[in-house]
Write a protein that binds this ligand. Structure first.
Ligand SMILES: [Fe+2]
Length: 237
């Protein structure tokens, strides 16, 4: 995708992962899946690299935490990027399959991977892919929350398999601080090893894990413009 030198920082907040990625030459950064509590931290981090933060990209509409995108847009003039199928009203650029999100001499390539949510996408960059919750290390995002579809998730995992084995994966969640590649996941991840679509759909639809603790607040925050919602987490439903 790009041979340019790049800035890369993983930001961990409990089990949620965000990523700052930047063009080292032109000092322009993007942040992927920023979390509300750390909205100003990403800007500080970009400044640490003497860089400007151009885009905040959400890989999907999160149901378990509040995105920092609209706050970063409001406070820092960062442009928000999400897939065209999103319902979020504060998005500046709605991207589609194959679009390139350019920052300096670097670019993220959009791969639409519905299933966890209908607006889910993965972002391909050099030797790595940011998989959001489409593919986790040792698992994949659930498909029983709003916008989820087990059949679409199966097809999306097949799509990722077709990208080869060497890409390093950087997911939206990781509770074990592991590092992995698409090849590792094809070997070890049970969700990547199910050969039949029907079996996959059965697995994904027969289990009912508890809902994320803050699902109502998260979905309300992530689906409304900033004027309509002034509260953040910790202030109750
Ligand atoms: Fe998610």
């Amino acid at each position: 995708m790009s041979g340019a030198e790049f800035i890369f920082e993983q930001v961990r907040s409990a089990g949620c992962l965000s990523y700052l990625l930047g063009c080292a030459k032109e000092k322009i950064c993007v942040v992927i899946d920023p979390e509300l509590d750390k909205a100003d931290d990403y800007v500080s981090l970009a400044r640490f690299f003497q860089s400007k933060l151009l885009y905040a990209v959400d890989t999907h509409t999160h149901a378990d935490h509040s995105s920092a995108c609209k706050v970063m847009r409001e406070r820092h003039g960062v442009k928000v990027v999400m897939h065209a199928d999103t319902e979020a009203p504060y998005v500046d650029w709605r991207v589609n399959e194959g679009d390139c999100i350019e920052f300096g001499q670097c670019a993220l390539k959009v791969i639409h991977t519905p299933g966890h949510t209908h607006d889910a996408m993965c972002l391909l960059f050099n030797d790595r892919i940011f998989t959001g919750d489409t593919l986790l290390i040792g698992g994949c995002g659930r498909t029983d929350l709003p916008g989820g579809n087990a059949e679409a998730q199966y097809e999306s995992l097949l799509k990722l398999k077709s990208l080869g084995k060497d890409l390093r994966i950087y997911p939206g969640h990781d509770y074990r601080e592991a590092v992995s590649t698409l090849g590792d996941e094809q070997q070890k991840n049970p969700r990547m090893q199910i050969a039949s679509k029907e079996e996959f759909i059965h697995l994904m639809t027969s289990r009912k894990p508890p809902l994320p603790r803050k699902i109502q607040e998260a979905l309300e925050w992530n689906r409304t413009p900033i004027q309509g919602t002034q509260r953040g987490f910790g202030e109750g439903i």
